[in-house]
Design a protein around this ligand. Structure first.
Ligand SMILES: Cc1cc2nc3c(=O)[nH]c(=O)nc-3n(C[C@H](O)[C@H](O)[C@H](O)COP(=O)(O)OP(=O)(O)OC[C@H]3O[C@@H](n4cnc5c(N)ncnc54)[C@H](O)[C@@H]3O)c2cc1C
Length: 407
């Protein structure tokens, strides 16, 4: 089959791997996706079950890597290749799995308990886990260079981005959120010039109260980042060798490269087409069960009891619960306090946002070299925090007073 590479893992299992021997009629556990969610789950589950066959299917090349490194590898001088901790062959051996790389799952036949792969091949499952991640949201832009706007949400994207960087000096980043701010810091630290554009009043405004966001902005400004906040990019045009970014207030910015970091949307299309319940993400309960029997979802694609949290800690917690569930001991996922550390060395930030809709107020205190903001309920209980600069050292202490995100 063209474009499909099949990688067979080590075969320490006893007889019965249907994929290998054709003798076993029990279909495998199938995990779609080899991102941090898919691989973390596979590792956790293999600790509990070293006999059942495991098939992993991925649209990419199956390299294992820590995605958060993509936005701070440049200043550390780490190449895309250096971020790979193990390739798919090695992962297949370690996990005693079959990993099918460059293979897109096109449909789920729920009544038939089968996946339909690109090219039409059908693969049965005993249990199915969707760990299909999220995709960059494309901002509504006009102009003849819209398709040249890059976004980075995979190692492959990152390799392309790094290659382009060798030819450029000046970048415009669309989106002053967490990932845009991290890339801005990494790029200026490594010698590039960066202007960040977005409608937000201050960086990471969806997570940070103003005082902390402004402190982050000041730290990044001191490191060399320029900002056009409270403004939207409306078009990206070709201009000579580079681009011209038109802002909605009439200003035009010249750039050699435009990076979009305006947010991600969970990949729900596969689940939705199969009739599974979806909202922002694929809807799952505390056991990570979708609305269809024996189909589960984990990671950036999943919405657990109304929460779609596209970060590493929630997927780790999810994998720790789902592994025993798949192995026969139903285990609900628990989310402890899970602060996010924003990787901006020019001004480190840690944030544990209050629950959506929580009633309370931010109390902000300037400390030597930083800012501490605590979100307090009317009765004084701590419901969230945001720390910048030296205040980040208080993260562990404050975490002890926070309620769990999902008890
Ligand atoms: C630049 C950047 C920095 C980040 N920094 C942090 C951080 O500091 N801290 C933090 O907690 N989080 C951070 N995150 C978020 C974190 O990296 C993600 O939450 C996590 O990596 C998501 O993993 P995942 O496995 O759910 O999804 P993904 O890594 O997106 O994996 C999805 C997998 O599904 C496969 N797939 C999708 N559709 C199909 C299909 N139809 N058929 C077959 N295969 C398919 C893909 O090929 C891929 O293997 C960052 C994210 C980015 C982009």
């Amino acid at each position: 089959m063209s474009g499909v590479r099949r990688i067979q893992g080590g075969f320490r299992n006893g007889p019965g791997d249907r994929l290998r021997t054709g003798r076993d009629t029990v279909p495998p556990l199938v995990i779609v996706g080899t991102g941090m969610a898919g691989y973390t789950l596979a590792r956790e589950w293999r600790r509990l079950d070293d006999r059942t066959s495991l098939l992993m299917v991925t649209a990419d090349n199956g390299d294992a890597y820590a995605k958060p490194m993509l936005s701070n590898a440049l200043a550390q001088g780490r190449t895309p290749e250096a971020l790979v901790t193990a390739d798919a062959v090695r992962m297949a051996e370690t996990l005693n799995a079959t990993i099918r790389t460059h293979t897109e799952v096109e449909a789920i036949d729920v009544p038939g308990r089968r996946l339909i792969l690109a090219g039409g091949e059908a693969v049965g499952y005993r249990q199915l886990v969707l760990a299909v991640g999220a995709s960059p949201f494309r901002p509504p832009l006009e102009g003849d260079a819209v398709t040249e706007v890059l976004s980075v949400n995979s190692l492959e994207d990152y390799a392309r981005f790094r290659e382009r960087l060798t030819q450029v000096r000046q970048l415009v980043i669309l989106g002053p959120g967490l990932i845009g701010s991290e890339f801005a810091n990494d790029l200026v630290a490594a010698g590039w010039r960066v202007t960040v554009v977005g409608p937000d009043p201050w960086p990471v405004s969806t997570l940070l109260p103003e005082a902390v966001g402004r402190t982050l902005q000041q730290g990044l400004t001191a490191a060399g980042v320029e900002w056009r906040l409270g403004r939207l990019a409306s078009s990206v045009q070709r201009a000579g060798e580079g681009f011209r970014v038109q802002l909605d207030d009439g200003e035009q910015l010249e750039a050699d490269l435009v990076l979009s970091a305006v947010g991600l949307r969970p990949n729900v299309a596969l689940a939705e087409a199969a009739g599974l319940k979806v909202a922002r993400g694929i809807v799952v309960d505390r056991y990570l069960r979708t609305s269809a029997e024996d189909i589960y979802a984990l990671g950036d694609c999943a919405e657990v009891e109304g929460l779609n949290l596209p970060f590493v800690m929630p997927l780790m917690q999810g994998a720790r619960a789902l592994a025993p569930t798949l192995a026969g001991t139903p285990t609900p996922v628990v989310y402890p306090p899970m602060p996010v550390v924003i990787k901006t060395p020019a001004c480190p930030v840690a944030v544990a946002p209050p629950p959506r809709g929580a009633k309370g107020t931010w109390q902000v205190e300037a400390i030597e070299g930083g800012v501490r903001a605590r979100f307090l309920a009317g009765d004084g209980r701590l419901l969230g925090f945001a720390l910048a600069g030296a205040a980040v050292a208080e993260k562990q202490g404050l975490m002890r007073d926070l309620p769990p995100v999902l008890a």
